[in-house]
Write a protein that binds this ligand. Sequence first.
Ligand SMILES: C[S@@+](CC[C@H](N)C(=O)[O-])C[C@H]1O[C@@H](n2cnc3c(N)ncnc32)[C@H](O)[C@@H]1O
Length: 386
Amino acid sequence: MTPGARVQAAIEILDDILGGTPAEKALTGWARRSRFAGSKDRAAIRDHVFDALRHLRSYAAIGGARTGRGLMLGALRSQGQDPGDLFTGDRHAPDPVTADEVGRLFETEAEQFDVPEWLWPVFERSLGENATEAAAALQSRAPVHLRVNLARTSLQEAVDALTREGISTAPHPACETALEVVEGARKISQSQSYRDGLVELQDTASQAVVAALNLRPGMRVLDYCAGGGGKALAMAATGGVEVFAHDANPGRMRDLPDRAQRAGARITILSTDDLVKHDPFDVVLTDAPCSGSGSWRRAPAGKWALTPEQLTQLPKTQLSILDAAAPLVCDGGVLAYATCSMLDVENRGVIDTFLSSHPDWQCTFSRLWQVVHGTDGFYSAHLTRR
Ligand SMILES: C[S@@+](CC[C@H](N)C(=O)[O-])C[C@H]1O[C@@H](n2cnc3c(N)ncnc32)[C@H](O)[C@@H]1O
């Protein structure tokens, strides 16, 4: 496909998404209808689409319309490219730009930095003077990070094995198990290193949340909101710890047995009814459902889908999870809270409310990982009984 035809494909897919189709479904639907597109075309189109979704407000302003066409015009203009070079109408390229397809200046900082207007004050309260920097970081594409499974290999052996398979990586400073993929990211899922469980795809901040738990041999640990089990697997790789996984929606853990087998990890899956048969635990990690604001680079649609009502409800859900998990922690044990959010109301706000209604608990650790430091945005706090 020509570059112009790829832009036209992105326009059609973006229109589909703006009409309410989830991004992945819109991309797969287009690929199914367009068998002529090769893998490089599909990858380039996907990049266009996700870039436009990360920049929905700013590209719509510069492009003159919140449509697939407006967004792609905005994308080219913001990259300093003349849209006329690709909007030629030739060979499946978009029709030429018309005189009324003009952009405009940004009206607000929220628009410039691609944050919903209602959310900007929340963003500013949470991140203070770093708000614009943090929002700008969310406009860029997320790097691919790997967790080296230290139960199977060493960091250097993993780097060497990946290099032999054409995947070059560099250690990430935020966690000693983490590698950032420099080249060859698309080869990972088919690589022997991945299939042998030497590495797992996981953002560095998620790894750092687990590393901060300082797990020691002999501990019994529960991943209370295990989902796909990324953190349970990271815990199991620590060695010598007994790992249990639970989720209110057990279907979310369906891939965990296969992932654990690949990693050589033993993880016991517990239903909600079984929890009391196995408690107390030395560490209970509650990686709670959240706005996902720290991972909006990867899932940009979430940024535009979040509503004020949801952001009011989420802290209530997060608190109820802490309330339910607290009795499962042994005396002297740690109740760890985590979100992939940078918003104070879901982080410190939740911990403060929990502590005010549980005076026998104290916070012994808290940290915010920020996108500007090269990871997903993540928050974690450790609570212990006094
Ligand atoms: C942020 S995701 C977990 C991600 C996962 N820990 C990982 O690292 O891949 C939050 C999970 O919490 C689960 N959840 C929601 N409400 C819950 C509750 N009341 N108790 C336990 N889990 C809950 C959801 O089903 C979802 O899988």
